[in-house]
Design a protein around this ligand. Structure first.
Ligand code: XMP
Length: 535
């Protein structure tokens, strides 16, 4: 795997994840301060922590109680000795604070009044995480337990209105704790607190720049591939594969061979649009393969979403194999590497929620790697974006001169419209109907200037027919759904509030111009409990 050379970062902030829904947000907030931050499971072995050589460690929140009977997660044996003897600063957030208190001989008890939501805290001691005693701040609390007795050498630095411990420190031992979540926007001064902790208390330098990431990645890829080997890359039309390919192209030039597969599941005019960007703007060497018949024949009659995904994944692999074989004939040697646009959220290890029965293993959302790669694959992987979040990939894309319209494109799933036509994708002209509806919806969003405020918008074809009346005629036509969400990284999402007038115009336009549709509905569920895609 090509990845950033972490030895170059003497300012790494490592987050030990104990399962909070906000853990990724802490990572992102810290990176937004130009400090490299990584996240690993809170129960990782000590060797995983020491090998990263962190400057600062943050213990995340989590849904557990330090008292629960089913062995709540904790940092590994030897952790406290390691941080103390290496001068590492530690900040415990919520469950992380309680863990510190309990492990060091203090006491954590179920709170008399559980504190959830916005609260005011009063600072009792300045100079560390806070500027001065007497300050008041609104913060976001989410805890049932509370620290009632602090270990030796600790002081309370802030308390909630109810008098509970809201922040603690032991300056001498470089240990700090916040009972609330500074990373969420509901704690308006939370970023200021994180900044004070990192820069003033820990003396970290904000020297993590995307330009350096790019230069470092190019060097890593050059070293990895060597002077003669060839690399293949499948372009999906999305920003991740385009940025990954552009980066590899910078490193090794035309020894990169890209393939773009038209699987018959693409959006309206997608093939023409992306091929023109790849060739004219990015100057990528790319072969376009029209395999729509091959995919659609295999998908005929298939309704199970997972089976659809597997079929699509398998066909992709077959096509990549043929492509590699053709290249071998042409070049006289088989390419040795495959580029993938895997992102950080797909590889982050998390502590599983209590009672989930899951292990702490390294989990990859298999569906996000088109069908998975064959176990006996001989190609070595280059995953240059493996440590980046989507917005960071966009930033990198801009530095690499990937056109803005492309950089800002909404994500599009690997299995394409197959997960947006519910049921059998080959049924009637479902795919064509969906393409037309989707194009009207997206164009209307762009015309209204809303595209960049939305993480992802698309239409979904429902294989359901309803009665309507169009031009005095009774119709029995299909329903389509519109989905638009806001999100930070696709892991959680809120549905987007359009103005009624906008929705009214779009629905009218769709029913007036797309034959076969007489009803439009909007999806108003967030993720969770729904997912962004419908299948
Ligand atoms: P879900 O539906 O899981 O989607 O909430 C989260 C994000 O991932 C995208 N997605 C996929 N991307 N292959 C992909 O490459 C897939 O099978 C896949 N399924 C979902 C989805 O569009 C959203 O951005």
């Amino acid at each position: 795997m090509a990845a950033l050379n972490l030895n170059n970062s003497s300012n790494l902030v490592l987050i030990l994840d104990f399962g909070s829904q906000y853990t990724h947000l802490i990572t992102r907030r810290i990176r937004s301060l130009s400090v490299l931050s990584l996240c690993i499971s809170g129960t990782s072995p000590l060797s995983s922590i020491t090998s990263l050589n962190p400057r600062v460690i943050i213990l995340s929140g989590g849904p557990h109680s330090v008292h629960s009977a089913d062995s709540p997660p904790t940092f590994p044996d030897g952790f406290l000795d390691y941080v103390q003897s290496n001068g590492i600063h530690v900040l415990g957030i919520c469950y992380g604070l309680q863990l510190l208190v309990q492990k060091l001989g203090g006491a954590v008890k179920p709170g008399v009044a559980q504190e959830y939501g916005r609260m005011e805290i009063s600072v009792e001691r300045g100079g560390g995480l806070f500027e001065a005693a007497g300050e008041k701040q609104t913060v976001w609390m989410s805890h049932g337990d509370e620290a009632v007795y602090l270990p030796d050498g600790f002081h309370v630095t802030a308390r909630s209105q109810q008098g509970s411990v809201a922040a603690i420190e032991s300056v001498e031992r470089r240990l700090y704790g916040l009972q609330y979540h500074p990373e969420v926007t509901h704690s308006p001064r939370g970023m200021e607190t994180l900044r004070r902790f990192l820069f003033n208390v820990c003396g970290v330098t904000g020297d993590w720049k995307m330009q350096d990431v790019m230069e470092e990645e190019i060097k890593v890829i050059k070293d990895m591939v060597g002077p003669n080997d060839h690399v293949i890359c499948a372009l999906s039309g999305g920003v991740d594969s385009a940025v990954a390919a552009t980066l590899v192209h910078r490193a090794i030039g035309d020894r990169l061979h890209c393939i773009f597969v038209d699987n018959g599941l693409l959006r309206y005019k997608e093939r023409e649009r992306v091929m023109s960007t790849f060739q004219s703007d990015l100057h990528l060497p790319v072969t376009c393969v029209d395999a729509s018949d091959q995919f659609l024949t295999k998908l005929k009659g298939v309704v199970d979403p997972e089976v659809k995904r597997k079929i699509i994944g398998k066909e992709f692999i077959n096509i990549f194999d043929d492509f590699a074989h053709d290249l071998e004939q042409k070049l006289g040697e088989r390419p040795g590497f495959l580029v993938q646009g895997t992102l950080y959220p797909d590889v982050i290890e998390s502590c599983p929620p209590p009672g989930s029965g899951k292990t702490h293993s390294h989990t990859i959302k298999s569906h996000h790697n088109v069908g998975g790669l064959p176990k006996d694959m001989k190609l070595k992987l280059i995953e240059p974006l493996k440590l980046l979040f989507k917005d960071e990939v966009r930033q990198l894309g801009r530095i690499l001169n990937v056109p803005e319209a492309f950089v800002k494109r909404h994500p599009f799933p690997g299995p394409g419209l197959a997960v947006r036509v519910l049921g059998d994708v080959t049924e009637g002209n479902a795919l064509d109907i969906l393409r037309q509806v989707d194009e009207i919806f997206i164009q209307s969003i762009k015309d209204a200037g809303l595209y960049d405020s939305i993480w992802q918008a698309f239409a979904v074809f429902l294989p359901v027919r309803t009665v309507g009346v169009q031009g005095d005629q009774r119709t029995h036509s299909y329903v389509v759904a519109l989905r638009a969400v806001t999100s930070e990284d696709g892991m959680t999402a809120d549905w987007y509030y359009f103005e009624h007038k906008f929705l009214d115009d779009v629905a009218r336009k769709i029913c007036n111009s797309v034959r076969g549709v007489n009803r439009v509905v909007q999806d108003i569920t967030s993720k969770p409990p729904s997912t962004i895609e419908w299948e």
